[in-house]
Design a protein around this ligand. Structure first.
Ligand code: WQD
Length: 337
């Protein structure tokens, strides 16, 4: 019986992926320092799946703690979620981001190599496309990072590509997420950001549940249909399924490859806010303010490669996204606390 190891498994995307893997019949280990997540998410994952998983508290920078996992359990593949992901924070603390995101991945790969485990799915981000103006964006879009967070993801992709070139027994899939949103339809697990949400959807749901007074819409003068920013919102359940598909792809020994995980549909801030209010029959007060520095007008995926190679595409609709986001927040006004 071999295991799939999820670093950062108790986080937003990690917990949904753990659930998808358990439901697919896999044995799962989560290795997480809980710095930006709660073990409560994994307790609920076990309840939803009706089966247990291994939960280990540890830090990817602690090679001994990582090695202990490989010593104790037969690991067949790793999905590497553990990392720091706040764009603004990364500009304040770049060394922390490079040490954790790049250094942590290097440590992980060193330990994996020591135990002969060479199947890796890496959690990357569409942020590596920088301020690309020509959406829909294929994987061949030139990459350039606009902040230390994006740079750390891009540098990690380069490290992994060089690793696989140096040793062809590695099978690595890099997944570039667009904008993860939503929650499992049960409403038991979901996004639980620390402090003031940076991202749109958790801010909307916190306004809806009364934790915040109103949404500030950053910019209404973009060259888009309604003047607000357009993004590619991907339901986290679809995103989790993309990881399962990538692991299956790696089991065929496929070298190194990069995939966009997105819907391919561009939706504006107003599309999201108005649909959220309509589907859930509630008010979301908002006001237009200045553009947020660094934002681009339109940003969405060309997801055709994931469809062709992984046989994966999004299934959830905008209504699923806004309904499931609210269902999680309504049932958990204070997240996992
Ligand atoms: C979406 C849209 C905002 C908040 C970020 C990271 C990226 C990735 C995904 C990790 C934009 C608008 C937002 C608010 C608003 N994260 N907005 N009011 O910026 O597309 O991507 O998250 O990999 O790296 O950059 O997502 O949710 O912050 O913004 O008007 O309070 O919502 O201007 O148009 P973004 P977002």
């Amino acid at each position: 019986m071999s295991y799939v190891l999820l670093t950062g498994g108790s986080g937003y995307i990690g917990s949904h992926t753990a659930l998808a893997l358990l439901r697919a019949g896999e044995q799962v280990i989560s290795f997480d320092n809980y710095s930006n997540s709660s073990p409560e998410s994994l307790r609920r994952v076990e309840q939803l799946a009706g089966k247990s998983m291994v939960q280990i508290k540890g830090d990817v920078l602690d090679a001994d703690a990582l090695a202990a996992v490989f010593k104790q359990y037969p690991v067949k593949a790793v999905v590497h979620f553990a990392g720091l992901k706040a764009v603004g924070e990364s500009t304040q603390k770049p060394l922390w981001y490079y040490e954790t995101n790049v250094g942590g991945t290097i440590k992980l790969c060193q330990v994996m190599a020591e135990f002969g485990v060479k199947n890796l799915v890496f959690s990357s981000s569409a942020t590596v496309y920088g301020n690309a103006q020509n959406s829909p964006l294929p994987e061949t879009t030139p990459t350039v990072a606009m902040n230390p967070y994006g740079q750390s993801k891009l540098m990690t992709e380069w490290v992994l590509q060089d690793l696989q070139r140096s040793d062809s027994s590695w099978n690595i899939a890099v997944l570039r997420y667009f904008n993860p949103v939503g929650a499992d339809a049960s409403g038991c697990i979901g996004e639980d950001p620390n402090g003031i949400p940076n991202n749109l959807m958790p801010f909307i749901t916190q306004v809806a549940v009364g934790k915040r007074s109103e949404l500030q819409i950053f910019g209404s003068d973009y060259p888009t249909a309604d003047g607000t920013g357009v993004r590619d919102y991907i339901h986290v359940t679809d995103l989790a399924a993309g990881h399962v598909a990538a692991l299956q792809h790696l089991s065929k020994g496929e070298g190194f490859d990069v995939f966009n995980l997105g819907s391919g549909l561009g939706l504006s801030v107003l599309d999201i806010v108005t649909r959220f209010a309509a589907v859930n029959q509630l008010e979301v007060p908002y006001q237009f303010v200045e553009r947020r520095p660094g934002d681009v007008a339109r940003y969405f995926a060309d997801p055709s490669k994931a469809k062709a190679v992984l046989n994966w595409q999004t299934e959830k609709t905008l209504d699923d996204i806004v309904r499931d986001s609210w269902n999680w927040q309504k049932n958990n006004p204070n997240g996992y606390n």
